[in-house]
Design a protein around this ligand. Structure first.
Ligand code: MN
Length: 458
């Protein structure tokens, strides 16, 4: 099967060129001017930008949280991903204590296999480290799981500092890399206690119990642990200016630190937690939404390439699920949807607004995650031999985000009423048309992605 995309502007991490793209089965076979091929189905994409398929390296589908399970599983979550232009996700397979790493991966394959509409890989969240886990890592990495997640908070998942040090050393020996959730667990517990003692059980207690220094302290400590282990490190979902400063000073010392942030930390702020009628419950996530000055610092860090990847932390719950914490903010399941809206939000409020360039968007949403997570140049670039995962982006379509027009399995839209510009007009997954203008046309095209060790970004 051949498809020929004619007349598009082919985007890479360095800019865009006008070229035709020939897809043969599940690969890109040619990228050049004026291709003709009488066997190919011809698609006119004149005036459209063609991006390498977007990669969301931070999703949680079909995950048990706070006595419930995320509203999106791999069926609905990957449909939402594809409808917005994301052709690959990397979800978090979690090792529950007492399990081998293999058992954790098997669990996540059972959740995802045969159900996914986009390609998918797994980071492995390590919740317990021992001699046997250490030796098991070798085979896990050889089998194509090359990135890991460590938590500095959450009693069921967190590792102590010594274990983080040991894991990082071992990963570095084997060519693995870890992304870390940075918040200080003890401080959050103490400050939650304070809020409760003051009788504040509403959503406004959420940011009050997790102030910016809770993140910055954990980032600072993590960076020192990583320096001692002589390991590269990824800070996931950076939310604060204070945390950014810690990373910038470590980089000045020569440390290899990568940063991820998410659209919600750029576009929403903590004033939503004070809204009446439990509106704030919709936005309970961790780390919490921050202040305008944090948003500004993060936008600047995107513009000057201090941040490498932009993911979503998609972890969705319905309003009914959220209402479990109406009387006590600590019982609200934490997380929100995002996998579907990331490309259009970044295009509208990043590229169109002049805060980042088209090529930066390409790097942040596709090229850099492909490199950091061992999928480049199979993914993350439009080049002969690469996978035929593509997004034909119409830059002129204007529309409005709403719960009504979303694909994700949730009953609210955190960006309700936001005007946006640009749309994923056609989305190709492994060479086949999977979505058009936000609607799925062919599901279950996703394949599991075995990954190589990470590639250094700088
Ligand atoms: Mn997460």
């Amino acid at each position: 099967m051949k498809t020929l995309l004619k007349g598009g502007r082919v985007v890479s991490g360095r800019g865009w060129i006008e070229a035709d793209i020939l897809l043969e089965d599940d690969k890109i076979s040619k990228v050049e001017a004026d291709i003709s091929d009488s066997d190919a189905r011809i698609v006119d994409v004149t005036g459209r930008f063609v991006f390498p398929g977007f990669i969301d390296a931070h999703t949680h589908f079909d995950l048990a949280v706070a006595g419930t399970v995320t509203a999106d599983d791999f069926e609905t979550g990957t449909r939402a991903a594809v409808s917005g232009g994301t052709t690959t996700i990397v979800d978090f397979a979690t090792q529950y204590r007492g399990e081998t790493l293999k058992e954790a991966l098997d669990n996540w394959h059972r959740k995802a296999d045969q159900k996914s509409s986009c390609n998918y890989g797994f980071h492995l969240a390590i919740s317990e480290f021992s001699e046997s886990i250490s030796s098991e890592l070798e085979e896990i990495i050889r089998d194509g799981v090359t990135s890991f997640k460590l938590y500095m908070i959450y009693d069921d998942n967190m590792l102590d500092d010594g274990s983080i040090y040991k894991v990082l050393k071992r990963l570095t020996e084997l060519g693995g890399i870890a992304g870390v959730h940075c918040e200080n667990s003890d401080l959050v517990k103490a400050m939650v206690q304070e809020q409760k003692e003051m009788g504040n059980l509403t959503t406004s207690a959420h940011p009050a119990s997790r102030p910016p220094l809770v993140e910055a302290e954990a980032i600072d400590r993590l960076l020192k642990i990583a320096a001692l282990a002589d390991s590269p490190i990824i800070v996931v979902h950076l939310s604060t200016k204070a945390g950014l400063k810690e990373v910038q000073s470590a980089r000045k010392q020569g440390q290899e630190v990568y940063l991820e942030t998410c659209p919600q930390y750029l576009l929403l702020d903590d004033s939503v937690y004070d809204l009446p009628d439990f509106e704030g419950g919709k936005y309970i996530i961790a780390p919490p939404l921050r202040k305008k000055e944090d948003q500004e610092a993060l936008w600047e860090a995107l513009a000057d390439d201090s941040i490498q990847t932009l993911s979503t932390d998609h972890c969705s719950f319905t309003q009914k699920q959220k209402s479990a914490g109406k009387e006590d903010f600590t019982k609200i399941p934490g997380g929100m949807a995002g996998v579907e809206t990331r490309p259009v939000l970044m295009y509208t409020y990043g590229v169109e607004a002049g805060r980042i360039t088209m090529e930066q968007m390409c790097r942040l949403l596709s090229e850099n995650p492909a490199k950091l997570y061992g999928m480049y140049p199979q993914k993350g670039v439009i080049a002969p031999g690469s996978d035929a995962d593509l997004v034909v982006w119409n830059p002129d379509t204007e529309w409005v985000l709403s719960a009504e027009n979303q694909t994700a399995n949730v009953d609210y839209q955190a960006y309700e009423g936001y005007p946006v510009k640009g749309i994923a007009e056609q989305v190709y997954v492994n060479g086949q048309l999977a979505a058009e203008n936000g609607k799925i046309v062919k599901e279950h095209l996703g394949q599991y992605v075995k990954r190589e060790p990470y590639t250094k970004l700088f």
